[in-house]
Design a protein around this ligand. Structure first.
Ligand code: SAM
Length: 471
């Protein structure tokens, strides 16, 4: 081990295994070193960051001998952009590691007996699989090591792209992104070039100054394209200039919105997007079902895999047509609507009001009259009275955000003793934590991981929980 500028560097270390969250690991003298930027089989030089008695974190700063598993990443931003950390891994290996992580999390944190996981369902599309992307404007462009020292590139500091990993105020100027149809590149690059040409100011996250903040692009499988440009304040003349120019340059945009966001944070959930052109929403199709998606509503970002995910949830729910099904954290009602042909009644609960409005419209659009949607926090809505009025659930399908279910909801579910819970999760660590609590009354019967996000370490996982007295 050599110390350089007080930094600890480990040379010529061969990585032995995959760890959680896209990292790999190696054990040295009984101490586990979690390494980012390397895969099992790589021999690398590691710069150590945080170091404790039993473990340390490090970053591969040089690949001495690449793993034979490595493939050439297809994106020119790979290595700088934090988006697709696993492009150097062939897809079948990514799936293998995801399966392993889901299994380990559920067994280690779940603290209950877990059956062997079903084999992960891979995504048919591994590029252009997303229907939504968000880019950020910044007046602090992230500079690569090669650029530092080159006066020409340092002079231009404005950027439009993704946040640089671990550096909150710097943005990588993205020229191409393969996660959504190439039209995303046309839109982003057109806006950036025009903004630079006209001298429009880019947002400064530290000072809360600058005009342009974010763009959100949604492109659905029906070919509809929504762009929402967020601005720090309104500059009417420049806004009209920019929006008209974009519509002229990218005529396939079906609806264009802008949102004035004077707040310090980027979230638009408490703001009102203004429709500049088109109908103000896009429609998506899952099988024969149609869904309206408004600018503030959540919708699964990999449409094709959403169909596979929902098919698993429907299969696990094992509906016969007589069941009252609760769809908790329902977003635009997509899971409830997807399973509704096999249920007596659907009750959906979701905190975002606009998403509930969409859910109601979606049910009507698909001629579904036995689905009812309620807006509010699940822990406030799901009271004894609510269940009394809407019917005792036969099946609960729950699909919380990454933080998992609120403990109060888990306690309520334990009290309710619903025969079946289908738990859809985008974070197996919090899913396992909730399953540990639910295991007081439930056994886990089946677990199906689904890959919604190729080239990232994220895993979606569906678990079927059965009430113990029902076994
Ligand atoms: C992972 S998404 C699932 C949405 C939907 N099931 C789907 O497949 O599209 C989680 C949803 O939970 C909602 N949500 C987050 N916290 C909530 C809460 N406390 N109460 C109700 N809904 C909440 C979010 O707005 C989001 O729509």
């Amino acid at each position: 081990m050599r110390k350089k500028n007080k930094r600890i560097i480990l040379n010529n270390v061969t990585i032995t295994d995959y760890a959680a969250e896209g990292k790999s690991l190696v054990r040295i003298d009984g101490k586990v070193i979690f390494v980012s930027g390397a895969i099992p089989g790589d021999t690398v030089d590691i710069q150590i960051g945080k170091s404790k008695k039993d473990w340390a974190e490090g970053r591969a700063i040089n690949i001495v001998e690449p793993s034979t598993d490595r493939v050439v990443p297809f994106c020119k931003h790979f290595g700088t952009c934090g988006g697709c950390k696993w492009q150097m891994l062939p897809y079948h290996k990514q799936l293998q590691f995801k399966q392993q992580e889901a299994e380990q999390n559920l067994r280690r944190i779940g603290k209950t007996e877990i059956p062997d996981l079903l084999s992960i369902i891979g995504s048919e599309k591994t590029t252009a699989y997303r229907n939504k992307l968000e880019f950020t404007f910044s007046n602090k462009r992230f500079l690569t090591n090669e650029e530092i020292g080159s006066e020409e590139s340092i002079a231009q500091q404005n950027a439009l792209g993704y946040h640089a990993p671990r550096i909150f105020d710097k943005v990588i100027d993205i020229q191409e992104c393969h996660l959504l149809n190439p039209v995303n590149n046309e839109i982003r690059n057109t806006i950036r070039d025009f903004a630079k040409e006209k001298g429009f100011t880019f947002y400064d996250i530290k000072e809360h100054t600058g005009w342009l903040r974010n763009i959100i692009i949604r492109y659905t499988s029906t070919g509809e394209l929504m762009v929402n440009i967020c601005m720090n304040h309104d500059e009417e003349t420049d806004r009209i200039l920019l929006l008209d120019y974009l519509l002229k340059k990218v005529p396939v945009i079906s609806t264009l919105l802008y949102t004035i966001n004077p707040k310090w944070n980027d979230t638009i959930y408490d703001l009102t997007p203004q429709v500049y052109f088109g109908k103000g929403y896009v429609t998506e199709k899952l099988g024969n079902l149609e869904f309206i998606i408004s600018p503030k509503s959540f919708f699964q970002t990999n449409t094709k895999q959403a169909e596979n995910l929902y098919a698993v949830a429907k299969d696990f729910a094992g509906l016969t047509g007589n069941e009252v099904v609760y769809d908790l954290y329902c977003g635009t009602g997509s899971i409830g609507i997807f399973v509704s042909d096999k249920a007596k009644k659907i009750i959906g609960v979701e905190v975002v009001e606009d998403a509930i409005e969409d859910a109601k419209k979606n049910a009507a659009l698909n001629n579904i009259h036995h689905a009812h949607f309620f807006s509010g926090d699940v822990i406030k809505i799901c009271t004894d009275d609510f269940f009394k009025i809407n019917g005792k659930p036969d099946v609960v399908i729950t699909d919380p955000p990454r933080a998992g279910m609120h403990e109060k909801l888990v306690i309520k579910l334990l009290e309710m003793e619903t025969p079946k819970i289908v738990y859809v999760s985008c974070n197996t660590a919090t899913q396992a934590r909730d399953i540990a609590l639910l295991s007081e009354k439930y056994t886990v019967e089946k677990v199906q991981p689904v890959d919604m996000f190729p080239h990232t370490h994220h895993i979606e996982c569906v678990a079927l929980l059965i009430l113990k007295s029902n076994n």
